[in-house]
Every structure is written in structure tokens, then in C-alpha cells.
Design a protein around this ligand. Structure first.
Ligand code: UT7
Length: 321
């Protein structure tokens, strides 16, 4: 059996503070009714003092390591996806490494915004298959609240903070488990539709998130349904074989429309957008961990992970749990 990567444990972490739509409606001209109807979002978690992308990531990572039955020192690789690093450098992954007490491993960040976790999973999977490490931590972690323009009602109601992690382990077992297919894409021509208007090399500021929501919506449904079809085709499987879809949690209407295009019933979709909002790179691993811990996702089941975000970047991964 060729070496492949298996998800050995999942974990997640959310900031303590939870902010409802009603609370936001006191700050900007919006309403609970508008936000729920257009997005499905009812609340989001917002990082407070002392909570950063690295601390949330480390909490999620600890939970994933515990679930895998390994020790932090077994980890040889940390790939952390984020658009909101603690600092411009060093990589937040190295901060997580220090927080976990791992004296030496490979550690770096991946920047692919909302599809960052899919990119990180693809990179870690490739590295495990060529023997760069035996066990990897793949993390999606964000503090989106720190790059939002809190005066802009068209964006500030949509995002939240959090982190999710998986332990990915190399395996030679012939039990059919593991990452079966991965497809990743980018089309940089669409950069101006979803971007941050600052950065070290341009404005020397952190900047704020800007988005043409309607355009992003349209591309999301098309790209996500296409990329899910691609991973199924790569593995020689059909939509009817899928037990669970764990989608990027940007908008319940995007999730519904994408599922409908593939003929997937709502009962097979993991939905957390109502409680987490869009946590960018954290959204897929947060939703995955929730569904693993509450017993919906079982060992041996076929799961599709998918996401699309700034760049544009998008991707999907087909995993036998
Ligand atoms: O993570 C991946 C990237 N992100 C996404 O996938 C998000 C993709 N886009 C979306 O989810 C949706 O396009 C939004 C939720 C952002 C917007 O929903 P929409 O149905 O596309 O609304 P819209 O942009 O067409 O705006 C409709 C109206 C506008 O008013 P007018 O011009 O029709 O008078 C907006 O000004 O809603 C107004 N509006 C709001 N009203 C109340 C925009 N934001 C708000 C708000 N509260 N927060």
C-alpha cells in the first residue's frame, strides 16, 4: 500500500465572547432579520484581549492532538492557514509550535484566505506522502474581527473568529481511510472582488477587508460545485456516495445552492454558519470538529471538504474518515 494521509484527530476553539445580530444592529444600520435572511448568520464569536490567532490555533491544536492519542512532540510538521497572522512575521505556525512546547519541527503559514485550510491540507498531505514527517498539524485560524471595517455594514456582519485543527498522520494501511483526492485552484484576476486594502509592502498598514458580495456569491456557487465534481471524478465516486459535506461557512444560501447543483440533500450538509459566521480559514475545520465530536461524522464515512475565498482561491478534498 502506498503511503497516504489519514485524519487522526480533530479539534477547535472559539473566543469566549459571542456577539448576536441584535448587538451589531446597535452599532451599524442593520437588523437581525436582514442578516438571517441573506446569510443564515445569527451570531459570531469575537476575540477579546489576550485572544489572538496563535492562542486560538494552539487551543484547537491541543484538542486535535488529544483526540489523536499522540503527544505534541510526535508532531513533525505544522501548516497553519490564516489571513490574520499575529504578526507580519514570524509565521504564526512557529508561535503555535512554541505554545505547544515542540522543540523542533517544520512550521509555516499558508495564505489562501477562506480556502486556506484546503490549501494547508493539500500541502501537508503531499509532504507526508514524500516522508517529510510522520504526523502533521493542519490548522485554520483567524481573528477576522481585527481586519473588519466596523462602519461597513455590508461586511462587518458576515465574519467571526475561531480556529480548527486536524492531526494528519502518514499511513500505509490498506483500510481505504485517508485523503482520497484534492483539487486546488486560483484565479488572481478576481483579486479586487475580495481583498484587504492594506499591507506591509503597499500601505505599511494592516488594512480592512473589502468585498463585492454579490459577485463573490455568483462565483462561489459555480466554482464550489465544479471543484466538488472534480474530486469525486478523481476518486471515481458519485455525489450519492458522499456521507457528509463540510462546506466553507460563508453564507447558508451559497451552501444550499451548491448542494442543490450536485443533488445533495440538506441532511448531509454540516452547517455552523448560524453560530460561527464566516471564520475564513477556520470555518471548515471548525465545522468538521463539531460534526466529529457530536457523532454525526463516523469513522469510515466519506466526507467532502470545500471552500472558496479571496484571490479567488478555491478547493475541495475528499476524505474517508
Ligand atoms: O468567504 C468567501 C467570501 N465571501 C462570501 O462568499 C460572501 C458572498 N456574498 C454574500 O454572502 C452576499 O452577497 C452578501 C450576504 C454579502 C450580500 O447579500 P446579497 O443578497 O448579495 O445583497 P446585496 O449585496 O445585493 O445587497 C442588498 C441590499 C443593498 O441595498 P440596496 O442597494 O438594494 O438598497 C445593501 O445596501 O442590502 C443592503 N445591505 C444591508 N442591509 C442591512 C448590505 N448589507 C446590509 C446589512 N444590513 N448588513
Amino acid at each position: 500500500m502506498r503511503r497516504h494521509s489519514v485524519i487522526a484527530g480533530t479539534g477547535s476553539a472559539l473566543p469566549v465572547r459571542c456577539v448576536t445580530n441584535a448587538e451589531l444592529a446597535q452599532r451599524v444600520d442593520t437588523s437581525d432579520e436582514w442578516i438571517v435572511e441573506r446569510t443564515g448568520i445569527r451570531q459570531r464569536h469575537i476575540a477579546g484581549q489576550g485572544e489572538t490567532t496563535a492562542t486560538l490555533a494552539a487551543d484547537a491544536a491541543r484538542a486535535a492532538i488529544k483526540a489523536s492519542g499522540l503527544a505534541p512532540t510526535d508532531i513533525g510538521l505544522i501548516v497553519l492557514a490564516t489571513a490574520t497572522p499575529d504578526n507580519t512575521f514570524p509565521a504564526t505556525a512557529t508561535k503555535v509550535q512554541a505554545l505547544l512546547g515542540i522543540p523542533d519541527c517544520i512550521a509555516f503559514d499558508v495564505a489562501a484566505v477562506c480556502s486556506g485550510f484546503l490549501y494547508a491540507l493539500g500541502v501537508a498531505d503531499s509532504m507526508l506522502r514524500v516522508g517529510a514527517a510522520r504526523h502533521a498539524l493542519v490548522i485554520g485560524a483567524e481573528t477576522m474581527s481585527r481586519i473588519l471595517d466596523w462602519e461597513d455594514r455590508s461586511t462587518c456582519v458576515l465574519f467571526g473568529d475561531g480556529a480548527g485543527a486536524v492531526v494528519l498522520s502518514a499511513s500505509e494501511a490498506g483500510d481505504g481511510r485517508g485523503i482520497l483526492a484534492t483539487q486546488l485552484h486560483a484565479d488572481g484576476r478576481h483579486g479586487p472582488m475580495l481583498y484587504v486594502d492594506g499591507g506591509p509592502s503597499t500601505t505599511q498598514t494592516v488594512g480592512h477587508l473589502r468585498m463585492q458580495g454579490r459577485e463573490v456569491f455568483r462565483h462561489a456557487v459555480t466554482n464550489l460545485s465544479a471543484v466538488m465534481g472534480e474530486v469525486l471524478a478523481e476518486a471515481g465516486l458519485e455525489p450519492g456516495d458522499i456521507d457528509w459535506v463540510v462546506p466553507h461557512q460563508a453564507n447558508a444560501r451559497i451552501i444550499d445552492a451548491t448542494a442543490r447543483k450536485l443533488g445533495l440533500p440538506a441532511e448531509r450538509i454540516v452547517l455552523t454558519v448560524d453560530r460561527h459566521a464566516n471564520t475564513s480559514a477556520a470555518s471548515v475545520p471548525l465545522a468538521l470538529d463539531e460534526a466529529v465530536r457530536d457523532g454525526r461524522i463516523q469513522r469510515g464515512q466519506l466526507v467532502v471538504l470545500e471552500a472558496m475565498g479571496g484571490g479567488f482561491t478555491w478547493g475541495a478534498s475528499l476524505v474517508r474518515m
